[in-house]
Design a binder for this molecule. Structure first.
Ligand code: UD1
Length: 339
C-alpha cells in the first residue's frame, strides 16, 4: 500500500515510517514541522534506503490537503499529526481543539472525496480518564482530564460516527500507553522541544548532563513503592502495532476498531530510574517532589485484544527501552541538529 503518514517526522511517526517501509509499504509524509526537525527526513532515508516524499504543510489547511490527495496516490492514512502537550492544552484549549479536530476533519473529507477508506488514528490511554479500572480494557467508558485528552476522546467519537455512516470504511483507533525508547540505530528518537514533560526524555537528559536532577512527582501513591506506575512501551513495538493494525483492517470487514497498544506491565518511576542507571552506567540524581496535578497513580493496559486480533505483542523490556533511549541520547545529546 501507499500510506500517507501525517506527523511522519515526529517521534512515533518516524519510527512507524521505518516499520512500514520494512513491511514493503510505500510512504508519503505530511508534517508541518511545528514539533519536528527536517533533519529527521535524511536519517529516515538513510535507514530505509528509500526516498521519503515529504509535504510540508498544516493539515488544517483544507485546500492544501485536497491538493495533496489530488496529486499523490494514497491507499491508506495513518494520522499522527497533532498537538500533544497536556499542560499547554490547559493554557491554550482553543488551539488544541482547533488544530487536532480541524486536521482530522480535513483529512476525513479529503479521504472521502478521493475514495481512500483506510485510516489508523493515533489515540491515547488518556481516554480512560481519571479513575480507570485496571488493567484498562477497550470497553471502559472514555473521558478526559484536560483539553488534549478531550481531543482524543472527541476524535474517537467522530471516527466512530463516520465509520457507522459508511460500511466501506476501515478505521482503527490505537490507544497508546507510554511510548519510550528509540530506533536501535540510535539515529532516530524522541527530541522534545524545551523542558521535557514526560519522564523518559527527562531522565535521559539528566543522564547526559543537560539537566541536573529529576523531580519524582509524588512518592505517596497507592502503588508498591509509592511512585506512579505506567505501562511503558517501546516505540518500535508501537510502530509494529500500526503496521499490524493497518494490515488487519485493510483485509477485514469491520468499519471501526479500537485496540490498546501496551505491554500489560506496570513499571514505577523508581524502577525506570534504576533501569536507566543500569543502561547508561550513570547515576540519575533525583528528589521527591509534590504530585503533578492531573496524574493518576497507575495506568496499564490489558493488551489481550490486540494480541489475539492483530497477532501483535510488545516484545521489548524496560531494559531494552532504556538502552535504546540511552543510545539515541548519547549519540545526539542535543537532539536532532537544525540543518
Ligand atoms: C502523559 C500525559 C498523557 C499523555 C502522555 C503522552 C500528563 C498528566 N499525562 O502521561 O495525557 O498521553 O504523557 O506521552 O501529563 N514523572 C516524574 N517526573 C517527571 C515526569 C514524569 O516523576 O519529570 C512521573 C509522572 O508523575 C508519572 C510517570 O512519571 O507517574 C510518567 O509520566 P509521563 O511520562 O509524563 O507520562 P503520563 O503522565 O503517564
Amino acid at each position: 500500500m501507499r500510506v500517507l503518514v501525517s506527523g511522519g517526522a515526529g517521534y512515533i511517526g518516524s519510527h512507524t515510517v521505518i516499520r512500514l517501509v520494512e513491511a514493503g509499504h510505500d510512504v508519503v509524509v505530511v508534517d508541518d514541522f511545528s514539533n519536528a526537525k527536517p533533519t529527521v527526513v535524511g536519517r529516515l532515508e538513510a535507514l530505509t534506503g528509500t526516498s521519503v516524499p515529504v509535504h510540508s504543510f498544516d493539515l488544517t489547511d483544507v485546500d492544501k490537503t485536497e491538493h495533496l490527495f489530488a496529486n499523490e496516490t494514497i491507499d491508506a492514512v495513518i494520522h499522527f499529526a497533532g498537538f500533544k502537550a497536556v499542560g499547554e492544552s490547559v493554557a491554550k484549549p482553543l488551539d488544541y481543539y482547533q488544530n487536532n479536530l480541524d486536521s482530522t476533519f480535513s483529512l476525513l473529507r479529503a479521504m472521502r472525496r478521493h475514495d481512500v477508506r483506510t485510516l489508523v488514528f493515533s489515540s491515547s490511554a488518556t481516554v480512560y480518564g481519571a479513575e480507570p479500572r485496571l488493567p484498562m480494557t477497550e470497553d471502559l467508558p472514555t473521558s478526559a482530564t484536560n483539553p488534549y485528552g478531550w481531543t482524543k476522546v472527541m476524535i474517537e467519537q467522530v471516527l466512530t460516527d463516520v465509520a457507522a455512516s459508511d460500511d466501506r470504511l476501515r478505521i482503527a483507533a490505537l490507544r497508546y500507553f507510554n511510548p519510550v525508547g528509540a530506533h536501535v540505530s540510535g539515529d532516530i528518537g524522541e527530541d522534545p522541544s524545551g523542558i521535557p514533560n514526560n519522564l523518559m526524555p527527562f531522565v535521559a537528559q539528566v543522564a547526559v548532563g543537560r539537566r541536573e536532577k529529576l523531580s519524582v512527582f509524588g512518592d505517596d501513591y497507592d502503588t508498591p513503592d509509592g511512585t506512579g506506575v505506567r505501562d511503558y512501551i517501546h516505540v518500535d513495538d508501537l510502530a509494529a502495532g500500526h503496521v499490524a493494525a493497518l494490515d488487519r483492517i485493510s483485509a477485514g470487514t469491520t468499519p471501526m476498531s479500537i485496540w490498546n497498544l501496551g505491554t500489560g506491565q506496570g513499571v514505577s518511576v523508581l524502577e525506570v530510574i534504576k533501569a536507566f542507571e543500569r543502561a547508561s552506567g550513570r547515576p540519575i540524581p533525583y528528589e521527591i517532589a509534590p504530585r503533578r496535578a492531573g496524574d493518576i497513580a497507575a495506568s496499564y493496559a490489558d493488551p489481550s485484544r490486540a494480541n489475539s486480533e492483530l497477532g501483535w505483542y510488545a516484545t521489548k523490556t524496560i531494559d531494552d527501552m532504556c538502552a535504546d533511549t540511552w543510545r539515541w541520547q548519547s549519540k545526539n545529546p542535543n537532539g536532532y541538529p537544525d540543518a
